[in-house]
Each structure stands twice: as C-alpha cells, then as structure tokens.
Design a protein around this ligand. Structure first.
Ligand code: SIN
Ligand code: FE2
Length: 200
C-alpha cells in the first residue's frame, strides 16, 4: 500500500454517524444535491454532489474547479459542521482548517472512476474521507494510473486519510453494495471528503 494512506475502520459509532446524517440533511436543504457534468463531453456523473465550506468542488463543461457558490442556486455553500471539523483535527495531523467538504451521493449503480484529487493549490494537507451508508468497494493505487491497486470495502463510519505520497494516488469507487446498511432511509451511500484548497 502506498505510504500516507491511513484507514480507520469503524472510526464513527452509530450515534456519530446519525449526527453526521442530520448535518447532511441540513446542508442539502441549503445546498441541494445536483448532477455535475464532465469537462468537455458534458456527460453526467453517476454520483450527485453538493459541498459545504468556503469553497466547493464543481465540474462542468468548462472543467474542474473550486468555487464559493453553488452552481445551480448561486448561493454560498453552508459552513462545514463542527463535528466534521473535529474529525479533521483528530485524523489529519494538519494545523490548517479544511475549506471544502465535497459531498458525493451514490445511488443505484453509481461509481467513481479512478482519479487523483489534484485541483487544490496545495497538497500539503491530506484529504480526509468519511463513509456513511451502504458498503463501497474502494480502490487505491499509486501515482500512475497503471500502478497496482488495493481494494478495500469501506463501511459506514469508516474514515480514510490520503496524505503523504498517497495524497496524489489514484483512487476510486468500483461499486456500492446496495442494501448493506440501513443508516440512510433512501439507501445508497454518502461520502464526505474534507480538503484544504489554498495555501495558509
Ligand atoms: C472521491 O474520491 O471523491 C470519493 C471517494 C469515495 O467515495 O470514497
Ligand atoms: Fe477523490
């Protein structure tokens, strides 16, 4: 496994997971999930997205970027909830606060192709990823797309940190195992990723 990858199995107990779901419900009222589109082709993503934080990650025909406003409503993203800030402080070993929390919702058949998180200005801070809901088959590889991949089943309450060398490692979600969790009444999976975007 590439250096800087950390996996915290069952980091969040059921109570903490439920509290994050309650946070998510509020965020989604203020900043509804929407379907982003791929650069150039304009093809829709299979996941739905929204963000919290001063900056949010978006994708559309003109490319990937961070921006302060929701692309559909034109309103600022809601603040990152304090329990997420606490998780960041516990696991990131980073003095700077996160600026973006990308929220991905995986419904029926959704997945995330192998990619590197590289739209940030700095890679000093790790990416902290939190899983809620159905199990997901996650893969992490190396710095090159062709490098060997390790597959891990991420369960609700698991936390992954991509720091160090792993900060720029290829990763993605092969599939969601529908019906493996009853945390979310609608089924599926939320993944929250906390990111630092700018230098201090
Ligand atoms: C991502 O890489 O943005 C999502 C990873 C995940 O869903 O666990
Ligand atoms: Fe990613």
């Amino acid at each position: 496994m590439i250096k800087g990858y950390q996996y915290f199995s069952a980091f969040l107990d059921l109570r903490a997971q439920k509290s994050l779901v309650a946070d998510l419900r509020e965020i989604i009222v203020a900043a509804p999930l929407y379907t982003p589109t791929m650069p150039v082709s304009g093809r829709p993503f299979s996941v739905k997205m929204t963000n919290a934080g001063s900056l949010g990650w978006v994708s559309d025909k003109s490319g990937y970027r961070y921006q302060p406003l929701h692309p559909v409503s034109g309103r600022p993203w809601p603040a990152i909830p304090s329990d997420l800030m606490d998780i960041w402080r516990e696991v990131s070993q980073c003095q700077m606060d996160p600026q973006a929390c990308l929220i991905n919702y995986y419904g029926n058949g959704a997945k995330m192709g192998s990619h590197v998180d590289k739209d940030e200005e700095t890679f000093e801070a790790p990416v902290v990823s939190i899983s809620l809901g159905d199990d997901a088959v996650f893969h992490v590889g190396g710095l090159k797309r062709a490098d060997a991949k390790t597959r891990i089943v991420l369960k609700s309450g698991d936390v992954v940190v991509l720091g160090g060398l792993a900060r720029l490692a290829y990763h993605g979600i092969d599939r969601i195992k529908a019906g493996t969790s009853d945390l979310l009444q609608e089924g599926g999976r939320f993944n929250l990723t906390l990111r630092r975007v700018t230098r201090s």
